[in-house]
Design a protein around this ligand. Structure first.
Ligand SMILES: Nc1ncnc2c1ncn2[C@@H]1O[C@H](COP(=O)(O)OP(=O)(O)O)[C@@H](O)[C@H]1O
Ligand SMILES: [Mg+2]
Length: 348
């Protein structure tokens, strides 16, 4: 499954680059949270990172990072227009940069109508050129845009996509262009989960599109200390069907405060954002208040370790293995991934 076809010219060309879809069959598996929390450590490792947000729904990465001012303006140029080869302006103008240094192609409402727009293009072009609509390469459009037209391999070290799992055309375009998946999973029921759907999707895509798709790793998140969850973890530890470099615990408070900090968990902890339950509606949130807790800092280290795993183990890149954390007025910590336990080296 993870065999990379080195004979493939395109893959060879961008082999020293991270290209991954953060894929999950079901919603609410902390996909967007994970995408943001992977993108930021990759930036801090010294990489140029682009995230493409293909989810037009509320609560997407674009709104998490407080970007996409024009996402509801049908007149505004957006990624769909570029994928369908009807751009209103240069591709670069689509890209916005979050204040943590992550480049983002923001979501746009038009992503919700992608398939109907694509169908129009296909019926028009197949009519004009007198070809069979079924032969139209409907899943290859994003690939062509990113790699053949815009040559993004020359501009970025990493591209992550946060897709909309239900929109098949866009999802398949994403997977066709990226070729590698990172799969967040969440404990469900009695610690069971469905990775069958993932395997089925990968096998189907490989067969139908004649490409190789790799699974970088599975990332269990929201794991608690209950017996059911422990059982679930054992399942992962005992399976060698996939890599599980880290397990992210239940960190609801920290992850929810990402929506207040408008950034990653790194921003929450370093700027010390905290939601205070006062008289105002839903409480108020501000920086400089949160206590620095070891278990939350440990989660940041795990996220950094995960990003390092993706960069090095999956994609064979060189990265900066030292993470400097600066907790607003509460000292700093240096974490070196080369130390076996990744313990802190200095503390002030
Ligand atoms: N490790 C975690 N533990 C507890 N809650 C989490 C965790 N990660 C994310 N969340 C919360 O879960 C909610 C949904 O996450 P999100 O990433 O938007 O899911 P998805 O993109 O898969 O729909 C958010 O409110 C987020 O703060
Ligand atoms: Mg999401």
């Amino acid at each position: 499954m993870s065999d990379v076809d080195l004979c493939n010219r395109e893959i060879e060309q961008r082999i020293k680059m991270i290209t991954s879809v953060v894929y999950s069959e079901s919603g609410g598996t902390y996909k967007t949270t994970l995408t943001a929390n992977l993108a930021v450590p990759l930036v801090r490792m010294g990489l140029d990172v682009l995230v493409i947000d293909l989810d037009p729904q509320e609560g997407n990465l674009t709104s998490l990072f407080n970007l996409g001012e024009h996402r509801s303006d049908p007149e505004a140029d957006n990624l769909v227009k570029h994928i369908l080869e009807m751009p209103d302006g240069p591709f670069e103008d689509l890209i916005e940069t979050s204040d943590e240094g992550v480049d983002v192609i923001p979501s746009h409402d038009m992503l919700g109508d992608f398939t109907s727009n694509l169908e129009q293009k296909i019926s028009y072009e197949s009519g004009m050129k007198n070809i069979d609509a079924d032969d139209y390469p409907r899943y290859e459009l994003l690939y062509r845009l990113l790699w053949e037209k815009e040559n993004l391999n020359e501009k970025y070290d990493a591209i992550l996509i946060d897709p909309n799992a239900r929109a098949e055309d866009l999802l398949y375009n994403a997977i066709y262009a990226m070729r590698t998946l990172i799969a967040p999973v969440k404990p469900a029921g009695k610690g069971s989960l469905s990775l069958d759907g993932l395997e089925e999707l990968v096998v189907n895509m490989q067969t139908n599109l004649d490409i190789e798709i790799g699974l970088s790793c599975v990332v269990p998140s929201g794991v608690r200390r209950t017996n059911a969850h422990k059982q679930y973890l054992r399942y992962f530890e005992n399976s060698d069907a996939f890599e599980t470099p880290v397990v992210i615990g239940d960190r609801e408070s920290m992850m929810d405060d990402m929506w207040e900090a408008r950034g990653s968990a790194f921003k929450v902890i370093e700027e010390r954002w905290k939601t205070i339950d006062d008289d105002s509606d839903g409480g108020s949130s501000k920086p400089g208040v949160r206590k620095v807790r070891d278990r939350e800092v440990d989660t940041l280290v795990d996220l950094y370790r995960l990003a390092a795993f993706v960069a090095t183990d999956t994609f064979g890149m060189d990265i900066e293995p030292v993470l400097e954390l600066d907790f607003d007025g509460q000292g700093t910590r240096t974490i070196d991934l080369r130390d076996q336990e990744a313990v802190e080296v200095t503390e002030t």
